[in-house]
Design a protein around this ligand. Structure first.
Ligand code: SAH
Length: 265
């Protein structure tokens, strides 16, 4: 008798949103409940991980203190191998898979290996943090363009910061804590006003998030003074002055911890 073939596996690159499990998409939640294997990174919130049913295999490729993150090539190999073995594999990533999430590399690896792959978008940190802070990334009065920039990239010095911030623009910096001072210097050297409002959202949409406001010239000092910890997002532009103490998403504790620094009025 012919041995039946294993059912075809599939890889799903799924955005987990910025932390609050309520910000998961319905599709992402559905996929978590039918997955054979979930491969997640450290940014995925505990509340989201709690939605993975018991018995579903999980692999964390999160950064650990003593170890580096699993190398991207090894993650790609793992995803391809497990999917080719016939599993429904959910690769769960913080925010959106295609925004600083290396989802593009994983999709390419899947394509090269002939593995079926589908991408499920997630709410990126910029959208989640801005909503929580009551800070519109665009505003008819203040900003008609938004840039998402990585503060830590292969060659930060090669990044052309000119034109990314200033009149009519909002600059959102991911992974910018370590380089906040250097970025500030570059922006000011490019002619951006040192008095431009800035908001820093730490652990956005989670129970212990903080929203800090200051002026561009003080950004580096604020990060050090307040010991802002990762993950945190930096939003530079006039819209940052609109950040308020409203707890728009209802994340418990967010309003309590909301801090305002700097006076924009
Ligand atoms: N794919 C993710 C971004 C990954 S890069 C997304 O779309 O959101 C990691 C960076 O994202 C962090 O260093 C931080 O700058 C930002 N980030 C992710 N989650 C965050 C959160 N809950 N609060 C603040 N910043 C966050």
């Amino acid at each position: 008798m012919e041995k039946s073939l294993p059912s075809a596996g599939k890889l799903w690159l799924v955005g987990a949103g910025p932390g609050d499990p309520d910000l998961l998409t319905v599709r992402a939640a559905r996929l978590l409940s039918m997955a054979d294997l979930v491969v997640h990174d450290g940014l995925v919130g505990d509340g989201v991980l709690a939605l993975i049913p018991d018995g579903v295999e999980r692999i964390s490729v999160a950064k650990q203190r003593s170890r580096h993150t699993m190398r991207q090539e090894l993650i790609n190999e793992l995803l391809v191998r497990e999917t080719l073995a016939g599993k429904q594999v959910v690769r769960l990533k913080g925010g959106d898979p295609f925004i600083f999430g290396r989802g593009g590399e994983e999709l390419e690896a899947a394509r090269e290996a002939g593995v079926a792959c589908e991408v499920v978008p997630g709410i990126t940190a910029a959208a989640g943090c801005a909503a929580q802070a009551g800070l519109p990334l665009t505003h008819r009065e203040d900003a008609s363009a938004v840039s998402f920039v990585a503060g830590q990239c292969k060659d930060l010095s090669d990044q052309d910061w000119s034109g990314l911030a200033g009149h009519g623009r909002t600059l959102v910096i991911y992974m910018g804590l370590a380089t906040a001072g250097a970025i500030t210097d570059k922006l000011i050297a490019d002619g951006v006003s040192p008095d431009l409002p800035v908001a820093v959202v730490e652990r956005g949409t989670t129970a212990d998030s903080r929203v800090l406001r200051t002026l561009l010239t003080d950004l580096g000092d604020l990060v050090a003074r307040e010991q802002v910890a990762s993950p945190a997002l930096i939003i530079v532009g006039k819209v940052a002055a609109r950040a308020d103490a409203l707890d728009c998403l209802g994340a418990p504790g967010a309003a309590k911890n909301m801090q305002k620094i700097g006076d924009f009025t």
